[in-house]
Design a protein around this ligand. Structure first.
Ligand code: CP
Length: 315
């Protein structure tokens, strides 16, 4: 694997999950692999888990991690070709990507969707331009369209916690006061399409995800029906895709409560974090014994580590 921008970049998801679970038992087993190598982690947006877990993953592999909050510390980058740079953008990605490539063996990037321009967001302008102009591999730490490191951590968490061979997994929209991107939900859907599972997406009408992502995955607009018999409830808010970036409803009835969890098959609760308590999910669910959110966050390290190991193996 050269770049990791989508869960489908993994040759074999099932095998990668097993490798990550084995790595978790002895995280320092490849600490010589990355000796003398560096990774530049470029953040155009905020982070807690992605920043710390990817840094830790790199360190476990013996790599030096260089972190830059590009959004607040870097020069504003221009991504358009052939433009007269007379406005507020100081540096073109053509130079920036090549320069950063000289300081690192891998570049990892977080650059969220603008939620203002659907076509530009779908084109993955930031990450694809870095891939185009960088001379080293690029890793997606959450782009406009996807969050494949999160999805891999979620796949590890599902594997570790499933009690049946073919679990029922529900991705449920939940209310949120702000317009949030689709990346986590998109990558979760793509990851679930590679799993042997009964997978259902539930959300209010108007919150349909991109058809190009959902494909033939099952959608049920009735949250209670979708929850019946579920082994896992994966919750996430996202803004409207059709009315791009809009919050068209904040229906409190979609918040995950203990009454809703009682509809499930003693289902486990998952969320990528950060999460707003008593808006997205009730305290009693988040703090309950069936909540996997802290374990999910822990698995971010091993997801990142197995991806970086895979790339280092191919340098
Ligand atoms: N889940 C996740 O990506 O968390 P951060 O935004 O804190 O990195």
């Amino acid at each position: 694997m050269k770049n990791y921008t989508n869960i489908r970049d993994l040759k074999n998801l099932k095998a990668t999950v097993q490798e990550a679970i084995a790595l978790k038992k002895n995280p320092l087993q490849y600490e010589e692999l990355g000796e003398g190598k560096s990774i530049c982690l470029l953040f155009f947006n905020n982070s807690l888990r992605t920043r710390l877990s990817t840094q830790k993953a790199a360190q476990n592999l013996g790599m030096n991690a260089i972190v830059m909050n590009f959004g607040s510390e870097g020069w504003q980058l221009e991504f358009e070709d052939g433009i007269v740079m007379s406005q507020n953008k100081s540096e073109h990605v053509k130079e920036a990507a090549k320069v950063i490539s000289q300081y690192s063996d891998i570049i990892a990037i977080r650059a969220f969707a603008s939620l203002a321009d659907k076509e530009k967001d779908k084109s993955e302008q930031v990450i694809n331009n870095f891939i185009k102009y960088a001379t080293v591999p690029v890793v997606n730490m959450e782009s406009s369209v996807g969050h494949p490191l999160q999805a891999l951590a979620d796949a590890i968490t599902l594997e570790e916690n499933k009690v049946s061979k073919r679990p029922k997994v529900v991705l449920s929209w939940a209310p949120h006061p702000k317009a949030l991107p689709h990346a986590v939900a998109n990558s979760f859907v793509q990851m679930m399409q590679l799993q042997d599972a009964d997978f259902v997406i539930t959300h209010p009408k108007g919150y349909e995800l991109d058809d190009d992502i959902v494909k033939d995955s099952v959608v049920n607009y009735n949250q209670d029906k979708a929850f019946e018999g579920a082994d896992f409830i994966y919750t996430k808010n996202w803004s409207s895709f059709n009315e791009y970036g809009k919050v068209i409803s904040q229906d409190k009835n979609w918040m995950i409560t203990m009454d809703k969890m009682k509809l499930t098959n003693n289902g486990k609760f998952m969320h990528c974090l950060p999460v707003r308590r008593n808006v997205v999910v009730a305290d009693e669910v988040l703090d309950g014994d069936n909540s996997l959110v802290i374990k999910q966050a822990n698995n971010r390290t091993y997801a990142a580590q197995i991806v970086l190991k895979n790339i280092l193996d191919n340098l």
